[in-house]
Ligand binder design. Structure first.
Ligand code: TYC
Length: 117
């Protein structure tokens, strides 16, 4: 999709074109930049990972407040699955890896995945 880009010329009274004769607004077209695809990071419930560990993951990796982290953790605990956040692919992939690494290091079976939003 083409879309006009406005290039400021000498119709701004605070600028001059050094005695030139340009008038008005020049336009050129450019390819519109595409919005990146977004990905949901999902947390799965299990029977063994401590609630406090899940809350600490949501605070430390997903930048949630303690209150929001507790709300998300309880929702996952009650429903089986929940969204930690929605990110571009690279960020979502990094967060999943950080969760899986922390779970492994602490010997918890916590599972985290991503899906296209
Ligand atoms: N169900 C776990 C427990 O009772 C807590 C828990 C919550 C585990 C969320 C994983 O994604 C999870 N200790």
């Amino acid at each position: 999709m083409l879309d006009p880009t406005y290039i400021s010329m000498n119709n701004n009274p605070d600028r001059d074109d050094e005695g030139g004769t340009e008038r008005g607004v020049a336009t050129k077209t450019r390819e519109k930049t595409k919005k990146p695809s977004m990905y949901r990071v999902l947390l799965m419930n299990d029977d063994y990972t401590p609630m406090e560990f899940v809350v600490s993951i949501l605070i430390g990796i997903f930048n949630k407040s303690p209150e929001e982290a507790t709300r998300v953790m309880l929702s996952v605990h009650q429903t089986g699955i929940g969204t930690c956040g929605v990110y571009t692919f690279e960020i979502a992939e990094t967060k999943v890896a950080q969760v899986m690494d922390a779970a492994k290091r602490n010997q918890h079976p916590l599972q985290c995945t991503l899906e296209k939003a």
